[in-house]
Design a protein around this ligand. Structure first.
Ligand SMILES: CC(C)=CCC/C(C)=C/CC/C(C)=C/CC/C(C)=C/[C@@H]1[C@@H](COP(=O)(O)OP(=O)(O)O)[C@]1(C)CC/C=C(\C)CC/C=C(\C)CCC=C(C)C
Ligand SMILES: Nc1ncnc2c1ncn2[C@@H]1O[C@H](COP(=O)(O)OP(=O)(O)OP(=O)(O)O)[C@@H](O)[C@H]1O
Ligand SMILES: [Mn+2]
Length: 352
């Protein structure tokens, strides 16, 4: 859990609880910076004869990443070899975690299976990986200052998905989005690195990373309303549905009405606010990490435009970004990635 005790849980909003994890990850990075002087990658410390196995494990993570997320994989190729393979290892762990509740064996997954997955996570953080893919992640978390909490929280998100199919308000939905996606931002930044010339505070960069995860997940939810409803799930905040004069039945009926359009406009507006928040942090990342992050942000954000272009029919039409638009986004992302913390106007992050 995010909060350390039940008393805290009663008073803190989801946003406040999540911010505690941001502070924890930022503090870990600061501590490492203090003790090591910089965050250059630690040299390989592996048992004699196992170096090849480790590099094969990383290669396999790269193959999985290439298969599931081709565009993103291309982006990672721009990173330094150490960072690239570390991101692959994190990607594979996240994908495997997601597959537990979303994949072909999902109907057999029990809370006990998730407990076992968490025990495995703890083992790998202590240098005792269970299989080769875990070994790649164990190596990564030994080399980069990555906190275990976001990983545990992602598993908590999968538990939440097992026990809950409705979200009463945005506070509840925000917590779910943090668990399954905001966590990815917190896991990735310590590997992608912050530009040495950045003046922004560590916390503000982690906040932007968190915002990108939330924005992506909100977009994912808005894109998949129909698909999720067919699985009996409604991720949209119940209180906001009621305020708009809508109910679950309207979602199951799947008719695009003016009420639905107006409801969706507000949901899209909120997702865009999270993307705006995230944009403020991308420039602060180390140069080679900016391109894949800009690409991911611009591509995922465009799904919202496609929902609008589909006249808000997210019941039977899946919004997606066409290949031509994807290809156009890549050089745009590249151009944005050339802007470094020193070559642009002071950002809001620095003014506050
Ligand atoms: C450069 C980059 C994007 C790095 C992140 C790489 C990484 C470790 C990705 C893991 C993604 C993953 C498998 C998450 C598991 C849970 C899940 C599936 C979440 C949803 C992703 C969308 O996937 P998809 O469209 O395939 O959905 P379906 O399963 O098909 O329905 C999510 C919507 C969330 C993904 C969240 C991110 C990629 C977080 C991005 C934030 C950063 C990389 C931080 C950037 C830093 C700053 C300062 C802005
Ligand atoms: N260009 C990109 N750069 C960085 N991350 C990306 C990029 N495209 C997608 N992602 C991330 O990779 C994951 C999977 O993406 P998704 O399945 O939507 O697209 P894709 O598999 O890359 O699409 P395609 O295979 O058609 O290129 C998501 O977490 C998404 O945020
Ligand atoms: Mn996908």
């Amino acid at each position: 859990m995010v909060a350390s005790n039940a008393g805290e849980m009663a008073v803190l909003s989801s946003e406040e609880m999540v911010y505690n994890v941001v502070l924890r990850q930022a503090a870990l990075v600061k501590k490492e910076l203090k003790s090591r002087g910089d965050l250059d990658v630690k040299p390989d410390v592996v048992l004699p004869g196992t170096l090849n196995l480790l590099s094969e494990a990383y290669d396999r993570c790269g193959e999985v990443c290439a298969e599931y997320a081709k565009t993103f994989y291309l982006g990672t190729l721009l990173m330094t070899p150490e960072r690239r393979r570390a991101i692959w290892a994190i990607y594979v762990w996240c994908r495997r975690t997601d597959e537990l509740v979303d994949g072909p064996n999902a109907s057999h997954i029990t809370p006990t299976a998730l407990d076992r997955w968490e025990a495995r996570l703890e083992d790998l953080f202590q240098g005792r990986p269970f299989d080769m893919m875990d070994a790649a992640l164990a190596d990564t978390v030994g080399k980069f200052p990555v906190d275990i909490q976001p990983f545990k929280d992602m598993i908590e998100g999968m538990r939440m998905d097992l026990r809950k199919s409705r979200y009463q308000n945005f506070d509840e939905l925000y917590l779910y989005c943090y668990y399954v996606a905001g966590t990815v931002g917190l896991m990735s930044v310590p590997v992608m690195g912050i530009a040495p010339e950045s003046q922004a505070s560590m916390e503000s960069v982690y906040n932007a990373a968190l915002a990108l995860g939330i924005a992506n997940q909100l977009t994912n939810i808005l894109r998949d309303v129909g698909e999720d409803a067919r699985r009996g799930r409604v991720y949209l905040p119940q209180d906001e549905l009621v305020l708009a004069g809508l109910s679950d039945d309207d979602i199951f009926a799947g008719k695009v009405t003016d009420k639905w359009r107006s409801f969706m406009k507000n949901q899209i507006k909120r997702a865009r606010m999270f993307f705006d928040e995230a944009e403020k942090g991308v420039t602060e990342l180390s140069a080679a990490s900016r391109w894949p992050v800009w690409a991911s942000l611009l591509l995922y954000r465009q799904i919202l435009d496609e929902i609008e272009a589909n006249d808000y029919n997210n019941f039977t039409k899946r919004a997606y970004v066409r290949k031509t638009k994807k290809i156009v986004a890549l050089p745009v992302a590249y151009a944005k990635s050339l802007i470094s913390p020193t070559s642009r106007e002071p950002s809001l992050l620095e003014k506050t």
